[in-house]
Design a protein around this ligand. Structure first.
Ligand SMILES: [Zn+2]
Ligand SMILES: [Zn+2]
Length: 273
């Protein structure tokens, strides 16, 4: 049995391996009826996604996945966003800089110090997470520039090291507010990856969170039941998706493989103002 709904998909506009054309073609092929394209911190593929969806008779919800930080990474999904808003696009630029730009600056500094690294390799090491210093350290070690990961911080990329680049942070509350500012619905992505969920959740609920990603990836029945109860407790819509990145390597859930109840779409739409 395949799902009719998948609300968490990535294309080559961020770190997915499939172009939006191939991705939506595959979505239609596996029998999905409603999908959301949720690239990291960009809406670059949404125009095309909506157009292809219309052509193939598939409902495409304009979405995004924002990277924010509070004791580690917290990802906020935005659905039904009015993404052409100029201020929104300006804000996304900042999210993109924090996600990718800082790493690129660090790599430039390392190259100047005689330790060139491939940006692509650092992205691979990071997986679905935003590339950060531990991933760079790993890449340095892999290239044999250092013996231990801790050397990277001590010698080069630690605070005040010669390849250090200062960062600022966007909080999950800011991410939720940004989604709301363009009429969208904010959903906490993969709560199972959030370090301090008990502290983060009430804050973002207060800020106007609409949903919790309950039917996610490889979540077990027990996990689904747990997060569903949490959603009920905070009056959140239990959403879900595969978090498909276009790589059928056996490690990830295939597009449409995670069953998401279709009534989720009705519940979400009822929350739109
Ligand atoms: Zn994520
Ligand atoms: Zn994702």
């Amino acid at each position: 049995m395949a799902s009719l709904v998948d609300l968490h998909l990535h294309s080559t506009a961020s770190d997915g391996a499939q172009t939006v054309e191939d991705l939506i073609g595959l979505a239609a092929q596996v029998g999905l009826k409603t999908i959301a394209l949720t690239d990291h911190d960009t809406t670059a593929a949404l125009d095309q996604a909506l157009e292809i969806g219309q052509r193939l008779g598939l409902e495409v919800i304009p979405g995004v996945e924002l990277s924010s930080e509070e004791d580690g990474e917290v990802h906020i999904l935005g659905y039904f966003i009015q993404y052409k808003n100029v201020a929104f696009q300006k804000a996304l630029e900042r999210f993109r800089f924090l996600r990718y730009g800082r790493t690129q600056l660090i790599l430039e500094k390392l190259a100047a110090l005689g330790m060139p690294l491939e940006f692509e390799r650092v992205l691979q090491i990071a997986g679905d997470a935003a590339p950060q210093r531990p991933h760079i350290a790993e890449a340095l070690k892999e290239k044999g520039y250092i013996q231990n990961v801790s050397d990277a911080f001590q010698l080069y990329i630690g605070n005040d090291g010669p390849a250090y680049v200062r960062t600022e942070k966007v909080t999950p509350v800011e991410a939720v507010e940004l989604v709301q500012s363009v009429g969208g619905l904010a959903v906490l992505a993969h709560p199972n990856y959030v370090k301090n969920l008990e502290q983060v959740l009430p804050k973002i609920v207060e800020a106007g969170l609409t949903g919790l990603e309950v039917y996610y990836g490889h979540n077990s029945d027990e996990e689904v039941a747990y997060y569903k109860a949490l959603a009920v407790q905070h009056n959140l819509v239990p959403t879900g998706g595969s978090d498909w990145h276009g790589r059928d390597d056996g490690g990830q859930v295939y597009i449409g493989e995670r069953i998401v109840p279709p009534e989720v779409i009705v519940q979400l739409k009822a929350r739109l103002k």
